[in-house]
Every structure is written in structure tokens, then in C-alpha cells.
Design a protein around this ligand. Structure first.
Ligand code: GDP
Ligand code: MG
Length: 718
């Protein structure tokens, strides 16, 4: 393959709802560019893009696949992405490295769940878009209705460049209002006849042409003036204006295809090759540290890894974008995250599962390599001198968590190893062993996402694994002050043990001051504040430990042991065994024995005094509350709200955002089980949400009673 220069490269991500035709379009693009000479079909499981067994089993793309085609002297790198929002990791990374997203619309269905989410990811990545209306050959396709929906969701930036003359089963002709020509395709698509626009369409075509010219002129004053002077723009001026508009994301041009029949694909490629922004025209990915490099072949080489995949017989394949300079086989670079050396033993371009070795790749191009020692997605390879490190892609936080358990305990270790590999293939899986819950937690994007994970265990590794509901990390705290004394004494046989501790505990809140006087019934207790230690607890919250001992009733050397005893009890809270938090403890008196007092004795005395005081201090169970944002179509607001009310949600706000209603709420984690599925079912798949830990709050008393009962039962059984 010839070496393509930076301005001869285009990187596009195909995005949109599952089933809109991305994989089919990618296939036709490769065919049009002569990279393949026969088009495969998704249903026949023989497309270049959906080459993984899991994709063929599911009949759907699961990973982003890197492909390329060559057209009009340009190399067009294509990232075919999955449409299910559960698999959005691949969409996010593809949009990050592309200068253009092609948002596919199924003209039968209009704006779908995956259209909304793909649009949102493109916005977050600041990636320009074209809209590709596909499936125009369907009986029920309705270009106008789908276009209206897109304008409602994405605004009037959505501007027609093409519209179909005859959508439906006889679909064969497209009017192009940029070229002001009609493209007429034969039954096998491919090369069209380029005809004059028929009189019957002229008025509509001219109107749309003028709209397009206006949109193109809008982004540059000079063009706007020309347009007012002449009343039109030349093709070159149009190109310049459209490119600017696209780069600003002020113009989303609309194209028409019938991907399965290869209709409109060549013309779309021509537009991408001639007008769409190149890699050096979109703003460079920001750097975190090191030298600021330019997307130019003359600069020092650097590359950014956006995907790692494991393929049988090959091992790990590392996909990257050349960010600066040029790279070739045998080049030694360093990984700027780890400082380790890596050699590019081979450099490939990639078309699905086939790879072709190339001599050189220059800034802006996408490719892959194999046999790197230890370089994963989001890392930069660069020269030692430049030490450039690009900012990582920020993947969406998880929305669904399960606890994973091998059916046979003997498989536990293997399960851990497999998960550790899979998490590098799909960055949106987050694996965590919770010591607190004693569960292996897998965080993902939704139930579908986690079902895909299970497929690996069932089909590839043949290990039976089960998904369990994750336990809730409750906390315990107190709501009022209490006092307790405890004497630990053991004087039978051998060395004796003796320690006595008097303590007061009270609730701690951020910023509150310790007190010098407490009153329990008639009894007043005055306190000296001799030494105040603030301990930030590993599980959140604080323990304030105050030495209020006067007159040497306990030696200072025993205080660490008392603290240790309290900490032990806080790790295993007195109510339900959950971590305790936000408590202030005053140790104000006690007794020692000249011979028998030792650290063990004071640890036990501290622990038991704390436990006794805790139970008299209005102890409460706390539960984690999450901050939830939900976006729903307005006609589904009622259903979504009543579902939230059933989940003990506290609604914090409501508002409109991009044609959707946005609800913000606080919801207990306990009630968020399977929210992905229920939101999807009440909103016909269009509702989306994100969720993040907020704070701990006291549980309502009925929930506390339930938890206490459950804990008592558990203790009995043990
Ligand atoms: N009739 C028709 N079917 C299409 C068209 N494009 C794709 N398909 C079919 O729609 C289904 C989904 O296509 P696919 O490319 O997998 O969609 P993706 O999920 O967006 O990648 C497949 O069965 C395709 O053969 C089209 O333009 N017309
Ligand atoms: Mg696909």
C-alpha cells in the first residue's frame, strides 16, 4: 500500500442505533474502494467488520472494528462501532480519535435510543457529524418523518445535502443539492448514472440548495458577504464553508444510502474524501504532560493506543493512532505511562481480521501492531526526549453492577485471570474485589453488557459462572451521646490481664467542636481535651479520638491499644457488622493494675466499652445514596417518575435538555437494582441515565428493622 500523507487521510466513526446499517455500510465502503471484491452480509455472518465469533453469535457488532478503504487518492479509516448503548465504550474511543462521525439513521424508525446516545457521545468528543439516512429501500421508510425527528433532536444544523426521490422498495434515485444532480442507481447499486434534476423536483431541490448555501456561508463572514453579493457560492466556496461549519459542529450534512444495495455509498465516500475534515483539521487531543507535538509528519513520532484486542493464534493486537511524526517497523519507542521501552516489530493497516503490513504510517493514520510487551489502551508511545502523554479517553462510568461467582470454587482464580484480560478489551468493564462485601464485583453499562461478558465464560472458557446481586455497603453511626465503662479482668492461672476504660461517644459532623461537658441523667461529666486525633477512615467518614485522661488513671502508652480496640469494632459495626463512621470518642478515665495491665487488656476494654456505648447512642444504619441523572422523552415522564418514587427517590430537579426531559434525583443504591432494564422498558429504550455515588444517609426505620432482623438470622445460621 502506498504511504498516505496526513492530508490524504480521513478517520470516520460509524455510529448510530443497532440495526441502522453501520456494518453493512462499512462493507459497501470497502467494496467501493476495491479493498474487497465481494460484499458480505451481516445475516450471512461474513462481513469484514463483524468478524468475531461473539458478533456472529449475537448478529450485532460488539467491538469497534478498524477498517479502511481507499477512495479518490485518500485513505479512509473506518471505525465500525456497536449500536447498543451498553457497548458505548467502543463508540467513545472511536469518536475520540476520528475527525468525523457518520451518524446512521434507519429511515424506517427515525431517531432511536442509539441515535440519541451516539449523538451525545459525539458531542462530548466534539466530533463533527454527517447524518446518513439508510434503509431507504424499506416499505415503511419515511425520509421526511425521520428528518423531522433529527431536526427536533439535533436542531436545524441537520441540513439536507441529499434526499431520496423514490424511497421504498423501488428506491433508486437520490437528488444531491450540493452537486445539483440526480444520482440514479441500477438494481445492484454501485456506479450511478448522474442526471439533470427532473423539472418535477427542481423547485424543492433549489430551495434545499439555498438552505445549504446559507448554512455553508454562515460560518465565515467573507463567505456570507460573497453570498449576499452574488446570491450563490462556487463549489469551492461551498466546500470551504461546509468544512468550517462541520468543524464547528454547526452543520450536520444529510446523506442518503441503501447500504445493502450499495446505493449512495460512492458519493458519500467522495464527500468524505473531498470535504470532510482531515485528522489535522480537528483540534488535537490534549496532552497531559511532556512535549506538545503537532499532527505533522516532520515532528517526533508519537502514537496513542485506543484499543487492545486478543485474537486467537495472534495474541494481543494494539490499535493506535499516529499522533505526530511517522512510524515504521523496528522503531523503538517508550511508553510514557510506564517508562518501559517498546519496539514496533511490525506495523499494519487493519481491515477487520485481516492485516496488511505497511512500510510507514504518518501522523493522523490509524493502524495496529502486535507483540508489545505491556502497552494498553489510553497509553502513549513516544520518544524518550518528547515523553508526550496524551490525555486518556474518559469512558462512561458504570450503570450496572453484579457480583460474580464461579459455580465451582476451584475456578475462582481462573475467573479472576480472565476478567483481568477482558477489562483491557473493553474499558467499560470495571472489576473490583470488595473486601468489605467479600464479593467479586463487575461493573458494566447494563444487563446486556454483562450478558456479553457471560458469553465469554460459557462459550470460550467453558466455566460456569453465576451473577448474584451485589451486597449493599451499609455503614453504621450514632445519633446521640452515650457513656460506658468496661473492665477487662482475667486472673485465673498464669499472667493476669487487667484494663478498665471509661468513655463517652458522640456523633461527629464535619466542622463540629469537641465538648468539655456532658450530662447523662443527673450526672455531669467534665472533660479535659488533652490530645485530639482525627482519623480519616478507609471506608469513608471519620473517627475523632480524644485523650481526656487526668491524673494518670491510664498510662498514655495504653491509648494506642484502646484506639485499636475501637477501630476493630468500627470495622465490624455493633448493629449489623458493617463499618461504623463519624464518631467522636473521649477516653476520660479508667484503671490500671500494677502487674496485670497490658496492651491486650486495654484493647479489649476499649473495644467492649465502645460496643456498649454504641448501642445506647441511638445507633443507625446508613445506606449509600447515589446521584442520578435521567433523560427521557417528555411523553414518558409520568411513568419514569412513578418508577422512581417506588425506588424511594428524592427528586432534586427537572428541566428540558435537547428535546428530552432531564430529571435529577437522589436514590438509595439498594433500590437501583436493574434500573437499566426498567428504564428501558418504560421509555421504549430511549431513556438514558448516569449514576454516581453521592453520600451516606440514614435508612428509614422500617428498612433498619428489616436489616437488623436479617443480620440476626444470618448470625443464628452461622
Ligand atoms: N433493506 C435494507 N437492509 C439493510 C440496509 N442496511 C442494512 N440492512 C440490513 O439491516 C440489518 C442490520 O444491519 P447492520 O449493518 O448489522 O446494522 P448495524 O447494527 O448498524 O451495524 C442487516 O440484516 C442488514 O443486512 C439497507 O439499506 N436496506
Ligand atoms: Mg454493526
Amino acid at each position: 500500500m502506498k504511504v498516505y500523507k496526513t492530508d490524504e487521510i480521513r478517520n470516520i466513526a460509524l455510529i448510530g442505533n443497532a440495526g441502522s446499517g453501520k456494518t453493512t455500510l462499512a462493507e459497501a465502503m470497502l467494496f467501493e474502494g476495491g479493498v474487497i471484491n465481494r460484499r458480505g452480509e451481516v445475516t450471512a455472518k461474513n462481513t469484514v467488520s463483524d468478524h468475531n465469533q461473539i458478533e456472529q453469535d449475537y448478529g450485532n457488532s460488539v467491538f469497534p472494528t478498524l477498517l479502511y478503504t481507499e477512495f479518490n487518492g485518500k485513505k479512509i479509516n473506518i471505525l465500525d462501532t456497536p449500536g447498543m448503548d451498553d457497548l458505548c465504550g467502543g463508540v467513545v474511543s472511536s469518536l475520540y480519535i476520528s475527525a468525523l462521525g457518520a451518524l446512521m439513521i434507519n429511515a424506517t424508525n427515525g431517531v432511536e435510543a442509539g441515535t440519541d446516545s451516539a449523538g451525545r457521545h459525539a458531542e462530548a468528543a466534539n466530533t463533527p457529524l454527517v447524518f446518513v439516512f439508510n434503509q431507504l429501500d424499506h416499505d415503511n421508510s419515511n425520509f421526511e418523518a425521520a428528518l423531522d425527528q433529527c431536526k427536533t433532536s439535533f436542531g436545524k444544523k441537520v441540513t439536507v445535502v441529499q434526499y431520496p426521490v423514490d424511497s421504498g422498495p423501488t428506491f433508486s434515485s437520490i437528488i444531491d443539492v450540493l452537486k445539483m444532480k440526480m444520482y440514479k442507481y441500477g438494481p445492484d447499486g454501485g456506479e450511478p448514472e448522474i442526471l439533470d434534476i427532473p423539472d418535477s423536483e427542481m423547485e424543492k431541490a433549489e430551495e434545499l440548495h439555498n438552505e445549504l448555501v446559507e448554512m455553508a456561508a454562515e460560518n465565515e463572514e467573507a463567505l456570507m458577504e460573497l453570498y449576499f453579493d452574488k446570491g450563490s457560492l462556487t463549489e469551492d466556496e461551498m466546500r470551504q464553508g461546509m468544512k468550517l461549519g462541520m468543524l464547528e459542529r454547526d452543520l450536520f450534512p444529510v446523506f442518503c444510502t441503501g447500504a445493502k444495495k450499495n446505493i449512495g455509498v460512492g458519493r458519500l465516500l467522495e464527500f468524505i474524501a473531498n470535504i470532510a475534515p482531515g485528522p489535522n483539521e480537528k483540534k488535537m487531543c490534549p496532552i497531559e504532560s511532556g512535549k506538545e507535538v503537532k499532527m505533522d509528519e516532520s515532528d517526533s513520532p508519537s502514537l496513542f493506543v485506543f484499543k487492545t484486542a486478543i485474537e486467537s493464534h495472534v495474541g494481543e493486537i494494539t490499535y493506535f493512532k499516529v499522533m505526530s511524526g511517522k512510524i515504521h517497523e523496528g522503531l523503538d519507542l517508550i511508553n510514557s505511562s510506564t517508562g518501559n521501552k517498546e519496539r514496533l516489530s511490525q506495523v499494519f493497516v487493519s481491515a477487520g481480521k485481516t492485516r496488511e503490513k505497511v512500510d510507514e504510517l504518518v501522523a493522523g493514520d490509524l493502524g495496529c501492531t502486535v507483540k508489545l510487551k505491556d502497552t494498553k489502551y489510553n497509553q502513549t508511545l513516544t520518544t524518550k526526549e518528547a515523553d508526550t502523554k496524551f490525555e486518556p479517553i474518559v469512558f462512561p462510568t458504570s450503570r450496572h453492577t453484579v457480583a460474580m461467582k464461579a459455580e465451582n470454587d476451584s475456578d475462582d482464580e481462573k475467573v479472576g485471570e480472565i476478567l483481568n484480560k477482558i477489562k483491557y478489551e473493553d474499558p467499560t468493564f470495571v472489576i473490583e474485589y470488595s473486601k468489605e462485601l467479600k464479593q467479586l464485583l463487575v461493573h458494566g453499562q447494563g444487563e446486556y453488557h454483562l450478558n456479553i461478558l457471560k458469553w465469554y465464560f460459557d462459550v470460550i472458557h467453558k466455566i460456569e459462572v453465576n451473577y448474584l446481586q451485589p451486597k449493599i455497603p451499609y455503614r453504621e453511626t450514632i445519633t446521640k451521646s452515650a457513656q460506658a465503662d468496661y473492665r477487662h479482668k482475667k486472673q485465673s492461672g498464669g499472667a493476669g490481664q487487667f484494663g478498665e476504660v471509661h468513655m463517652i461517644i458522640e456523633p461527629y459532623t464535619e466542622g463540629s467542636e469537641p465538648k468539655k461537658m456532658f450530662k447523662f441523667g443527673e450526672k455531669e461529666q467534665k472533660l479535659a481535651l488533652r490530645d485530639i486525633q482525627e482519623h480519616t477512615l478507609p471506608w469513608g467518614g471519620k473517627l475523632i479520638f480524644i485523650n481526656s485522661i487526668v491524673g494518670g488513671s491510664i498510662d498514655a502508652r495504653f491509648l494506642p491499644a484502646i484506639l485499636k480496640g475501637i477501630m476493630e469494632k468500627m470495622e465490624e459495626g455493633p448493629l449489623t457488622g458493617s463499618y461504623a463512621r463519624d464518631i467522636r470518642v473521649y477516653i476520660y478515665d479508667g484503671k490500671m493494675h500494677p502487674v496485670d495491665s497490658n496492651e491486650i487488656s486495654f484493647k479489649l476494654a476499649g473495644r467492649n466499652a465502645f460496643s456498649m456505648a454504641f448501642k445506647n447512642a441511638g445507633a443507625k444504619i446508613l445506606e449509600p445514596i447515589y446521584d442520578l441523572n435521567v433523560w427521557v422523552p417528555s411523553d414518558r415522564m409520568g411513568d419514569v417518575m412513578s418508577d422512581l418514587q417506588g425506588r424511594r427517590a428524592m427528586i432534586m430537579g427537572m428541566g428540558s435538555e435537547k428535546g428530552m426531559e432531564k430529571i435529577t434525583a437522589k436514590v438509595p443504591l439498594k433500590e437501583m437494582n436493574k434500573y437499566t432494564t426498567s428504564l428501558s422498558s418504560v421509555t421504549g429504550g430511549r431513556g438514558v441515565f448516569n449514576i454516581a455515588y453521592g453520600e451516606y444517609e440514614k435508612v428509614p426505620s422500617d428498612v433498619q428493622d428489616e436489616l437488623l432482623k436479617a443480620y440476626a438470622k444470618e448470625q443464628e445460621e452461622e
